[in-house]
Design a protein around this ligand. Structure first.
Ligand code: 13P
Length: 256
């Protein structure tokens, strides 16, 4: 019903040359492997997109390309921003939106994220829309309602005709880059609540087709346990996506 997805978010790591090398290493590590239907995505920094896109073409790589951010306008005087059509032109299939680092450091709001999703979908680029609670919300036991509210705001007015073309990543902020993975049960609790919310908004059939990933210190050692949960459809991976060996291991283990 839903193919698992393992997506690597390189964040602000790897310059152009290093990015091309990492993509090449990953292409080599996955070449000829049966991934058991696991879909693999890499999301390099914007200036690396074209180079990684070329590696994918030249090696017929078993992964596709995603960006880490986009702006919702089509073109114009928005210094430093990247339009959806520009991502399309370098063959980006996916784009992360609403990462907690963008919400936290760059002031992105649910309204921005909703506009970005709509702009991407107009261009046929699949959003990987992130949500997740800070530590104090988790400690207050309010994490489910916090995330449900984000999902409602981020999806407002979206039309999802093909559920494989919209992806959510649940990333509890306290688990990002800290080595503190949420337990598989913690991930399932929130990913399950996300799916119930999607069913209320879009209907059960659509909700059952949307991938809900977990992110936050996911690594080769915990991926199998995470994807064994019924509503966890893969992972959005930061640190462990920066080494071809670790990342390819995660892909293989997810598919076993
Ligand atoms: P880490 O895997 O490094 O914790 O990062 C998770 C993340 O933020 C992916 O988007």
């Amino acid at each position: 019903m839903r193919n698992l997805m393992i997506a690597g978010n390189w964040k602000m790591n790897k310059n152009y040359t290093e990015g091309v090398e990492l993509a090449q290493g990953l292409a080599d590590a996955l070449a000829g492997k049966d991934l058991n239907g696991v879909e693999v995505v890499v999301c390099p920094p914007t200036v690396d997109l074209k180079g990684v896109s070329e590696v994918i073409d030249q090696t017929n790589a078993q992964f596709s390309l995603g960006a880490q951010n986009v702006y919702f306008e089509e073109s114009g005087a928005f210094t430093g921003e990247t339009a959806p059509s520009m991502l399309e032109a370098v063959n980006a299939t996916y784009c992360i939106i609403g990462h907690s680092e963008r919400r936290g450091y760059f002031g992105e709001t649910d309204e921005d994220i909703n506009k970005k999703a709509k702009a991407l979908m107009t261009h046929g680029i699949v959003p990987i829309s992130c949500c997740g609670e800070p530590l104090e919300v988790r400690e207050a036991g309010k994490h489910v309602e916090f995330v449900v509210d984000q999902i409602k705001a981020d999806t407002e007015g979206l039309e999802i005709t093909d559920p494989s073309k919209y992806v959510i990543a649940y990333e509890p902020i306290w688990a990002i880059g800290t080595g503190k993975t949420a337990t598989a049960d913690d991930a399932q609790e929130v990913c399950g609540a996300i799916r119930e919310t999607l069913a209320e908004i879009f209907g059960k059939e659509t909700a059952d087709g949307i991938r809900v990933l977990y992110g936050g210190s996911a690594k080769p050692g915990n991926i199998a346990e995470l994807v064994a949960k019924p509503d966890v459809d893969g992972a959005l991976v930061g640190g462990a996506s920066l080494k071809a060996e670790d990342f390819s291991q995660m892909v293989i283990k997810a598919g076993e």
